[in-house]
Design a protein around this ligand. Structure first.
Ligand code: AP5
Length: 219
């Protein structure tokens, strides 16, 4: 499986990537997660990325492409990958295409998770992550069950909000999506790779729609 999950902030890319990883056994490659890890470790790359992320803007293409090139070269990506949050503009999509051409591993499908603005906003303002184990919850749609979490992970959920999920930053992220990422819809339609999935449904239903969309395409 070599696919891209495309969609606005909060459309469910991370959530669905996790389900795909469990079912198909290929790694999730999330540029957002890689960047947040670099920020939390205080690496040079993290320091350079932080101000753009805090402002809801895209991080410089040179940084992101370097990270992706390195990640795709790791052995677990040889069997396939789910790209989550990458590419995010035409320049990144073109660079990805030539990287994959060089590896003789072209993309098989690009899945667009389609969701209305009002719902995106609610999903982002409601998102909380457990600081201890990284599990993602939503105070509106999937709040944590403390007893179940303790039984599964051995600790109570310690919920934090991502700094870019504050209302004032969400607006900027959605603007950036419209201006820079939405043109990829046309780009991948022209390439014959785009599959559109309705993301306004329970997580399991969205997952089934993704499976129906990609299974005829994947090796
Ligand atoms: P990134 O981490 O990629 O953020 P994003 O694209 O804005 O996406 P999110 O992680 O916010 O949302 P998601 O679609 O994964 O939704 P989720 O599954 O969590 O990027 C962060 C920043 O890093 C960027 O702003 C930029 O600065 C930088 N960056 C990253 N990649 C870059 C790149 N390629 N180039 C340059 N800069 C880059 O779901 C959201 C919530 O909804 C959760 O609470 C979840 O539980 C809930 N939910 C999910 N599905 C459902 C459902 N079906 N029903 C009900 N609730 C649901």
């Amino acid at each position: 499986m070599r696919i891209v999950l495309l969609g606005a902030p909060g459309s469910g890319k991370g959530t669905q990537s996790q389900l795909l990883v469990k079912t198909y056994g290929v790694p999730q490659i999330s540029t957002g997660d890689l960047l947040r890890e670099a920020v939390s470790k205080g690496t040079e790359l993290g320091v350079r990325a932080k101000s753009a992320m805090d402002a809801g803007k895209l991080v410089d293409d040179v940084i992101v492409l370097g990270m992706i090139r390195e990640r795709l070269a790791q052995s677990d990506a040889a069997k396939g990958f789910i790209l989550d949050g990458f590419p995010r503009n035409i320049a990144q999509a073109e660079a990805l295409e030539s990287m994959l051409l060089g590896l003789s591993k072209p993309l098989e499908a690009v899945v667009l998770l389609n969701l209305d603005l009002g719902i995106l906003f609610k999903r982002l303002t409601g998102r909380r992550t457990c600081q201890v184990c990284g599990q993602v919850f939503n105070i509106f749609t999937s709040p944590p069950d403390t007893a179940a979490h303790r039984a599964k992970c051995g600790h109570d959920p310690v919920l934090i909000q991502r700094p870019d999920d504050k209302e004032e930053v969400i607006g900027k992220r959605l603007e950036v999506y419209d201006a820079q990422t939405k043109p990829l819809i046309k780009y991948y339609t022209t390439a014959g790779l785009l599959r559109v999935v309705d993301a306004d449904a329970p997580m399991a239903t969205v997952f089934e729609s993704i499976q129906r969309a990609v299974e005829p395409q994947i090796a």
